[in-house]
Design a protein around this ligand. Structure first.
Ligand SMILES: [Zn+2]
Length: 301
């Protein structure tokens, strides 16, 4: 009997793993990090406590790719420097869609607008972001960004912007200009007014600004939101409550899976599991979050 029970449990475990593995996934918030981005000795994952095993650029690239393959993450919006995104594209050109991150961990300056267009036309990047402007005490409405946003609207380059909050003590450590208020979802509204055709991905679902996120998604149908970081960094019940509220409000066609794995690859399986286990989501809603909403937003066929 016990053997039968174990056999049944094993069968269910294999079945559930297969369900995870079979579902096609697009990760719209992936980072092509480099060794040393988070210090010489990388800190452990704040949730799992696991230290990153991969310590060289090549190891980081290979271990991420292995996990993406394992979980059937077929496309990735890869946010990072052009050179680091190139490393990934060289190995797995079909899987990675290069996104120009600013500011990035190598402190690369934002290219001037002529170079920006030239890099886009040379297919060095397809998406503009993650724009971590909040860390610099700025918003998307900053006048310095305006010419770039006009180009993005004209050339149909999607823009992805960090919204919400950050790790504890952020203003006291890396980023003295960081303020929570600069991450409010409503701060993108002036840009939406000036550039009605610009497609914007509101990162981290604007967490914890639920009401502002709902308002932006309701009034501006060109805005989508990603679940990244919140789907593994905050307590699962809190993540589920927030996501459920957006689903109940009717936004199941505008929410996209993202890991924001940073330097912790184990965030990928963890975030997938937390969405799969959300008891209020139907299978169709999960399929939309994991794949079809992002496929529509990024014109992936
Ligand atoms: Zn972010």
């Amino acid at each position: 009997m016990m053997i039968k029970v174990y056999g049944l449990l094993l069968g269910l475990a294999i079945l559930s793993q297969n369900i995870y593995a079979q579902r096609r996934i697009i990760d719209v918030h992936f980072h092509s990090r480099s060794a040393g981005d988070y210090g010489e000795i990388p800190p452990p994952n704040p949730v799992t406590g696991k230290k990153p095993n991969a310590l060289t650029n090549e190891e980081i690239c290979q271990s991420n790719i292995a996990l993406l393959k394992k979980y059937n993450v077929v496309k990735v919006i890869s946010s990072g420097s052009i050179s680091r995104n190139d490393d990934y594209a060289k190995v797995e050109g079909q899987r990675f869609i290069s996104s120009l991150e600013y500011p990035d961990h190598q402190n690369n300056p934002l290219p001037d607008t002529t170079t920006f267009v030239r890099l886009f036309e040379a297919k060095k990047f397809f998406v503009f972001g993650e724009l971590g402007l909040q860390y610099e005490g700025r918003t998307l409405d900053d006048p310095k960004l305006e010419p770039y946003l006009a180009i993005c609207e004209r050339l149909e380059i999607p823009v992805t912007i960090h919204t919400g909050e950050a790790a504890p003590n952020t203003p006291y450590t890396c980023c003295p200009k960081f303020r929570i208020g600069f991450g409010r979802p409503l701060s993108i509204e002036p840009v939406l007014i000036r550039h009605p055709k610009l497609k914007i991905q509101l990162m981290h679902m604007g967490y914890p600004f639920l009401e502002e996120t709902k308002a932006i998604l309701n009034v501006y149908p060109q805005v989508y939101a990603d679940l990244s970081a919140i789907d593994w960094l905050v307590p699962v019940a809190e993540f589920h409550n927030y996501l459920k509220s957006l689903i109940t409000a009717g936004f199941e066609n505008r929410l996209m899976y993202g890991s924001d794995q940073m330097i912790w690859e184990d965030a990928i399986p963890l975030s997938i599991k937390n969405i799969e286990n959300a008891p209020f989501l139907t299978n169709l809603q999960k399929e939309k979050i994991f794949y079809s909403n992002a496929a529509r937003f990024y014109k992936i066929h």
